[in-house]
Design a binder for this molecule. Sequence first.
Ligand code: PGA
Length: 250
Amino acid sequence: MNINIFENSELGSQFVAEQIQALIKKKTKLTEEVILGLATGSTPKELYKKLVSMYKAGEISFEQVITFNLDEYHPMSHDSEHSYHHFMNQIFFDAVDIKAENTWIPSGEVEKAQIESHCREYEQQIVDVGGIDLQLLGIGTNGHIGFNEPGSTIDSVTRYVELDEQTRIDAAAAFGGIDNVPRNAISMGIDTILKAKEIVLMAWGSGKAEIIRDCLFGEITAVKPATFLQKHPNVHIVLDREAAALIDVD
Ligand code: PGA
C-alpha cells in the first residue's frame, strides 16, 4: 500500500483532488468516460469543496464522469437532510457539470421486497460501464468501509446491511440522538470495492489513528473489514499527521 501523510486534511484533500483531476484529464483525452466510486461522511467534504473550486476555476469538468456512491441508509427519503442523496447533491453534484443521469446512489426509497433486485442492478450498472476506475473511501472507527460492518466477508457485494452499534453511535450527533439513526442501509460490498482499479482511502484526526494502524498492518480479518484492502494491488492511503500517529513510516 502506498501511504501519503500530510500536515493536515486540507493538504491531503488537495492531493486527492489533483489525483482525480489527472485521471479525468488522462481518460477524457482518450474520449473515455471516467468512473468514480464516491464516499460520504465528514472525511471527503474538503475534497468535494476542492473539486468544486477547481470546476469553478475552469480546471476540471465532470461532463464525462459517471459516479457510484458506496451506500445509503434504508429506509431513507432522498429529500431527507440525512440522506446521502441530499449530501451529494448539496456538496458536489449541484455545484458542478456532472449529468444527473450519471450519478448513481443506492436508493433508500425502494420497497423491502425490491431491495435484492435493486442491489443486483446496482452491481450490473457498475459492470456495464466497465468498472470503477477510482474508488474513494473513508473509514469508520470500527474499520468499516462503506457500510461493510464488522463481519462483512471479502466476497460480499451490494446488499442490505444492518448497521453496527458503533456506526450508529458515531452518527448519533448528526441525527440528533441515536434513536433517530437508521438501523439498516444498502452498501456496496467488499468485493465491489476491491474490483475498483484504484482505491484511495482518506482518514483525518486522532480518532482514526488506532483503526488505521490495525487496518494497514494488522491481520486480515472480517472483524475489521478495511484490512481486506491489503489484498488490493493499487491502494493509496492519504492521512493527516494525527491519523498517522501510530504508524511507523520512514
Ligand atoms: P466519517 O465516516 O468520514 O464521518 O469519519 C467515515 C466512515 O464511516 O466511513
